[in-house]
Design a binder for this molecule. Structure first.
Ligand SMILES: [Zn+2]
Ligand SMILES: [Zn+2]
Length: 84
């Protein structure tokens, strides 16, 4: 079984943010409260992580994937909506 880790951006209340936001996370769309943090979920062990900083989260994910040494096909799947 491959390990897939999906990153999602979320609002402060934990709901998923699929909106376009400014680099600061400030909302650009009327029904968005702003991007507050990112979540990651591992399909292999169901582990989850939450970080306000995407770079920190990516580092944690890479370290996490390294723990799944048996899953040579482990890969990172990003599902983050970032501004262009
Ligand atoms: Zn949003
Ligand atoms: Zn895992």
């Amino acid at each position: 079984m491959a390990a897939r880790i999906r990153i999602r951006s979320a609002h402060e209340d934990g709901t998923r943010c699929t909106h376009r936001t400014a680099l600061t996370g400030a909302p650009l769309e009327p029904d968005c409260t702003g991007r507050n943090h990112y979540t990651a979920e591992c399909s292999y062990c169901s582990g989850t992580a939450r970080e306000p900083d995407l770079d920190v989260l990516r580092r944690r994910i890479q370290a996490h994937l390294d723990t799944h040494v048996a899953t040579s096909t482990a890969r990172l799947v990003t599902d983050v909506h970032l501004p262009d």
